[in-house]
Ligand binder design. Structure first.
Ligand code: SF4
Length: 318
């Protein structure tokens, strides 16, 4: 990554908690995102990463905890206040088809946020739409087409153009490429990277796939069963993962060098993720952890450390 974060604390979350029925989907998560920074949130399905994305982008309200944008508490905003915040906080989802109305043209989809926020005249908005389509490398004539006439990659570009229409400061991208084929996937990731470089956009990239986030992010946050278990500078965390869960996830990611690849050991996790409604005592990962010790059943490790933090008793006090 070439871009250096420019300032601190554009989007911050503290002690976020959210339950669905008896399941604590998010259980005390802190998160910080600076201008121009891309943070990857990685974890298996059920880790709570999508819920964290929904909470920090204010698509859902936490049961407790706080979300701040530029130092302003936005946790409980509603109505007009929330609408204003939406200009700065945009989301791109996994399935662009689900987020685009099939009965409306591409031009309508991209221009709608501008119309909703009363930006420009109809003619000025049409010009802005054409400019936005060019920015995501689509021919502006596609404005007349319908989502069903486009490829998956083109639809995701339209969804990104729509998200960029109001020039947000934060983009939350939730599995933005996992519905796409491999070559389209890297095109879309490169597009997100280019937009970030152009605009100083802060991006939260949520993914189940370490391979997607490792080269694209400044920092990585690893989640397991509703909690952050490791967090740090992306290059450092990938080079020296501390949590056994992170090590297992990374061991499944192939490296391009065939000699190094042959010498690598894949860490296969035991068993399934435990029932999130009934997590185990002590460390939640202990049932699957290759390094579990007897006291892991008694003590719930806390996230600790300096710039590279980990929640594991193996690293306690280090
Ligand atoms: Fe494994 Fe124990 Fe560390 Fe949990 S605290 S990750 S069970 S070693």
């Amino acid at each position: 990554m070439s871009t250096t974060p420019m300032d601190t604390g554009l989007l911050s979350a503290r002690e976020l908690r959210k339950s669905f029925a008896k399941v604590r989907a998010v259980d005390g998560v802190d998160l910080d995102l600076r201008s121009g920074e891309t943070v990857g949130v990685v974890g298996e399905s059920g880790s709570g990463k999508t819920t964290v994305g929904r909470l920090v982008s204010r698509l859902a309200a936490p049961d407790s905890g706080r979300v701040e944008l530029d130092g302003r508490d936005i946790t409980r905003l509603r109505g007009r206040g929330l609408k204003r915040v939406r200009r700065d906080l945009q989301v791109v989802f996994q399935d662009p088809y689900g987020s685009l109305d099939p009965s409306r043209t591409v031009g309508h989809a991209v221009g709608e946020p501008l119309a909703v926020h009363g930006v420009g005249t109809r003619g000025e908005r049409a010009d802005r739409v054409a400019g936005l389509l060019e920015r995501v490398a689509l021919d502006p004539v596609l404005a007349q087409r319908y989502p069903g006439e486009l490829s998956g990659g083109q639809r995701q570009r339209v969804a990104i153009a729509r998200a960029m229409a109001l020039e947000p400061r934060v983009l939350v991208a939730d599995e933005p490429t996992s519905a796409l084929d491999l070559s389209t996937r890297s095109e879309i990731l490169n597009l997100l990277l280019a937009l970030q470089d152009e605009n100083g956009l802060a991006t939260l990239l949520i993914s189940h796939d370490f391979a997607t986030v490792r080269h694209l992010t400044h920092r990585i946050v690893v989640m397991y069963l509703g909690r952050v278990v490791e967090e740090g500078d992306a290059a450092e965390l990938v080079a020296e993962p501390l949590h056994p869960y992170t090590r297992a996830l990374l061991s499944a990611v192939p490296v391009p060098d065939p000699v190094r690849q042959r010498g690598r050991e894949r860490i296969v996790l035991r068993g399934e993720q435990p029932d999130p409604a009934n997590p185990p005592s002590g460390c939640r990962f202990r049932g699957r952890c290759p390094d579990a010790m007897p006291r892991c059943a008694e003590t719930d490790p806390v996230l600790a450390g300096g710039s590279h933090r980990v929640a594991c008793l193996l690293h306690e006090g280090k």
